[in-house]
Design a protein around this ligand. Structure first.
Ligand code: NDP
Ligand code: HSE
Length: 400
């Protein structure tokens, strides 16, 4: 029997307890050992729940119990998650987490501490909910040179954008629904301002390119400015608006950004709707591959965490290489990432037409005071400068 402890009995933590109980035999079949949850740590009491008898409010109970070999951290936030994780690793306990904020901020250090103590710090659930993308990058794709990572990495925003586009829902109503279903962060600004997707693309890109990329260096735009008019234009153009994280290995460094993008059916991410996420990678040997699945939610995320728990059980005395390194990548300035853009503006449509690609200028009867177009390839900086000569820019959205 291997004993585990779960810190944080919320959406994900409760899912972890449920999966480890419901799939006990499956886990044992893979690990050769039964895994039992000995403690659940939370601030609240859960009278009448299955964890009532193993609930503690005292972290020291977990830390000081030598029988606990694996600790699951599903509390979220930086404090006290960082201290609890660090102390558990230093005490020779494995830690599995869904906390991408912590991984993005302190992952390199925590992996180093884990290695120094011959234990593991695993974080599969930190990116893409239940999608096993981290294990793919750390194990299956280690013989490839990854050239590009692109994905829909946040379930809440994808749920909101899909609800707005397909059901005409208001932004705030869709967000409230996502919160009700347990998809959103405690502070949902992290979702809608793009910070969550930013942390995830930073983590994935660090693993993919073998050099550390700080989330602080990722140019990030959220979805709060996306409105019903943008949705109408997108539909008219046969496109959808998605919050996309993208990084590419370039000659002089890594380009990386998170932005709402207008994408057409030619893009593999076009059909990824609702809470679903997908991560697309391009390797020099593999070519293109895409992983798709639930990007948030209790059981899908718990599946990823429990996969890590099982991996720890299989490697109780060995540190699995995670691919997070201390060496910093050179991150290229986002203003230099060229692309095509969707532009809404008012002013001289005739003159603006010189910036438009083959599609020319669009006018929709719903919005008589403005026009729109998809630009030719250029940087956003250049586009803004050139547009300024023809009128007033209302909105710019990258064409993905
Ligand atoms: P919840 O808020 O649902 O759960 C967190 C739990 O931890 C709550 O029960 C909270 O108690 C408890 N907690 C907070 N601080 C402490 C503390 N100091 N000591 C003990 N317990 C504490 O969050 P989620 O389960 O949604 O998310 C947890 C982590 O997983 C976050 O990092 C999140 O980003 C990540 N994640 C979430 C996903 C999802 O779909 N929800 C998917 C992937 C990752 P209380 O409520 O009383 O504050
Ligand atoms: N709030 C996050 C999301 C949870 O919506 O994707 C999963 O990381």
């Amino acid at each position: 029997m291997i004993y585990a402890a779960v810190m944080g009995y919320g959406t994900v933590g409760a899912g972890v307890v449920q999966v480890l109980t419901m799939n006990r035999d499956e886990v044992k079949r893979h690990t050769g050992e039964e895994i039992a949850v000995k403690y659940v740590l939370d601030l609240r009491d859960f009278p009448g729940s299955p964890v009532e008898k193993i609930l503690t409010h005292n972290y020291e109970d977990i830390l000081n119990d030598p029988e606990v070999r694996i600790v699951v951290e599903t509390m979220g936030g930086l404090r006290p998650a960082y201290d609890f994780t660090k102390r558990a690793l230093m005490a020779g306990k494995h830690v599995c987490t869904s906390n991408k904020e912590l991984v993005a901020e302190h992952g390199v250090e925590l992996c180093r501490i884990a290695a120094e103590h011959q234990v593991n710090y695993l974080f599969e659930a930190s990116c893409g909910g239940g999608i096993p993308i981290i294990r793919a990058l750390n194990a299956s794709l280690t013989a490839d040179r990854i050239e590009m990572v692109e994905g829909i990495l946040n379930g809440t925003t994808n749920y909101i954008l899909t609800s707005m586009a397909e059901e005409g829902k208001e932004f705030d109503d869709a967000l409230r629904e996502a919160q009700k279903m347990g998809y959103a962060e405690l502070h949902p600004e992290a979702d809608i301002e793009g910070w969550d997707a930013c942390r995830k693309i930073a983590i994935l890109s660090s693993l993919a390119y073998g050099q550390h990329i700080s989330y602080k260096d990722v140019h990030t735009v959220g979805i709060t400015e996306i409105d019903a008019a943008d949705m109408t234009y997108a539909k008219a153009a046969g496109c959808k608006i998605k919050l996309i994280g993208r990084s590419c290995r370039e000659e002089k460094g890594v380009s990386i950004l998170v932005e709402p993008m207008m994408i057409g059916p030619e893009n593999q991410l076009y059909s990824v709707d609702g809470v679903m996420n997908a991560v697309f990678v391009r390797g020099n040997a593999l070519g293109d591959a895409m992983l798709y699945g639930s990007g948030a939610g209790s059981l899908p995320t718990a599946s990823a965490v429990c996969g890590d728990v099982a991996d720890c059980a299989k490697h109780l005395n060995k540190t699995i290489r995670t691919g997070l390194t201390e060496e910093n990548a050179s991150v290229l300035p986002a203003g230099n990432v060229p692309g095509r853009f969707f532009v809404r503006m008012d002013g001289d449509a005739g003159k603006a037409a010189v910036l438009a690609g083959a599609g020319g200028v669009m006018r929709l009867p719903e919005f008589p005071e403005e026009f729109a177009f998809f630009s030719e390839q250029m940087t956003e900086e250049e586009l803004r400068t050139r547009c300024a000569a023809f009128g007033n820019v209302r909105k710019i959205i990258r064409r993905g």
